[in-house]
Design a protein around this ligand. Structure first.
Ligand SMILES: *Cc1c(COP(=O)(O)O)cnc(C)c1O
Length: 400
């Protein structure tokens, strides 16, 4: 990576990736958002409130925990876990929802719209809207509404209005399309609170900046504990927000290697997976140019993963850039391996991970065995597994 260059450029490009592929009617709204964010970014009082609520409301800083028994079990490198699972609402998503919620309030937009797949971002957005006294409308595919009844109830309890989406495959990508449509129509009073480091500029940068608190803390914590930086940082990649959040503060530390772990679902060869960087091609989805799962005609393909949070056919443009320059390596772990790692972490550490970071745990634990005991791996434990109990019960064939 060349350090003389500030990326993304003023049009939101990381070399060939990123940009703003949106209807003409949204360009002014993106411009307004960019200006507001640039101003907020330079305003110490904005960050003071972000830090204060991150601490007192979300529960930061999260610990960096040495997983001693997991390390012993793997028999090699030392494995540390960044405990985002301990945050309010159980995952890293609250970092982004808080940052954007504060920005929306600053822009005097009191009507917040959000999209959600499994409901995790919907819950985080509804939570922050309740906290800040903002109206919240969440778009969710009808298929997901049925599969995630409990999260639907949670969002309603938190005061959000739920709008089921019946177009397309009736899942996350259709919910995003519908949210964009709403934004086009109601752009004057509406803030679109996007849930990952995807979408048109400035979302990928903004979400990265809010999630970078993970990597900033991890950097200080590993230096305090080990007096040196880690050899590897490993994180799961759906849209890519938890991964870019822990990677980015280490980007100029050339000896720290980044590994992003995507969902191989039933197996890359079956075509039933969600591994955009590993198995996709360059295209445009939801306003940004990046790696996408698409057919030869550019139609977006269906995805599959045991973890709803990784089940997305695109990925943030900064990851595509890191892939293209070799700054990060992207791999994929399938449903079965993730499920095994899920159980391994339960039994060795007494920590129930979400199925998304179980993919990262799987890759880390296999890799650790091939490294020596002096080496250090930091895994971003992006969320807690309570939300996944039903899925795990079914996947293991257990009768309750
Ligand atoms: C949503 C989610 C993810 C995937 O989203 P990213 O933007 O890739 O981080 C990962 N882990 C958990 C726990 C999630 O809820």
């Amino acid at each position: 990576m060349r350090e003389d260059k500030q990326l993304p450029d003023s049009h939101g490009y990381f070399e060939e990736f990123g940009g703003k592929f949106v209807p003409e009617t949204l360009m002014p709204a993106l411009g307004e958002l960019e200006t507001a964010y640039e101003e907020a970014k330079r305003d110490p009082s904005f960050w003071a409130e972000f830090d204060s609520l991150s601490r007192d409301y979300s529960g930061r800083p999260t610990p960096l925990y040495f997983a001693e028994r997991l390390t012993k079990h793997c028999g090699g490198a030392q494995i540390f876990l960044k405990r985002e699972d301990l945050l309010h609402t159980g995952a890293h998503k609250i970092n982004n929802a808080l940052g954007q919620g504060l920005l929306a309030r600053r822009m005097k937009k009191r009507r917040i719209i959000a999209e959600t797949g499994a409901g995790q971002h919907g819950v985080a957005a509804a939570t922050i809207c309740a906290k800040l006294g903002l109206d919240c409308i969440v778009y969710m595919g009808e298929e997901d509404v049925q599969r995630q009844a409990l999260n639907v109830f949670r969002m309603k309890l938190l005061g959000a209005e739920l709008r089921p989406v019946s177009s397309g495959t009736r899942t996350l990508k259709d919910a995003i399309n519908e949210a964009i449509r709403d934004w086009v129509t109601n752009v004057r009073n509406t803030y679109y609170l996007l849930g990952s480091a995807v979408g048109p500029h400035p979302y990928p940068v903004m979400v990265r900046d809010f999630q970078s608190i993970i990597g900033k803390e991890a950097r200080e914590q590993i230096l305090a504990k080990c007096n040196r930086l880690p050899d590897y940082i490993i994180a799961c990649v759906g849209g890519g927000s938890n991964a870019i959040g822990i990677f980015h503060p280490f980007v100029n530390d050339k000896n720290v290697k980044f590994i992003g772990v995507e969902a191989a679902g039933r197996g890359i060869k079956t075509g039933r997976h969600a591994a955009s960087l590993v198995a996709g091609t360059v295209g445009v989805l939801h306003g940004t140019k990046s790696y996408v799962l698409q057919d030869d005609a550019g139609q977006i393909l269906g995805t599959q993963s045991i973890s709803a949070g990784l089940d997305y056919p695109g990925v943030g443009p900064e990851h595509s850039y890191y892939k293209s320059i070799g700054r990060a390596t992207y791999v994929a772990v399938d449903d079965k391996e993730a499920l095994k790692a899920f159980q391994l972490l339960c039994q060795t550490e007494g920590i129930v991970p979400a199925l998304e970071p179980a993919h990262a745990i799987s890759y880390a634990s296999k890799m650790a065995g091939s490294l020596n005991k002096e080496q250090i791996i930091v895994v971003n434990l992006s969320g807690h597994g309570d939300k996944d109990m039903d899925i795990v019960v079914k996947a293991l064939g257990v009768k309750l």
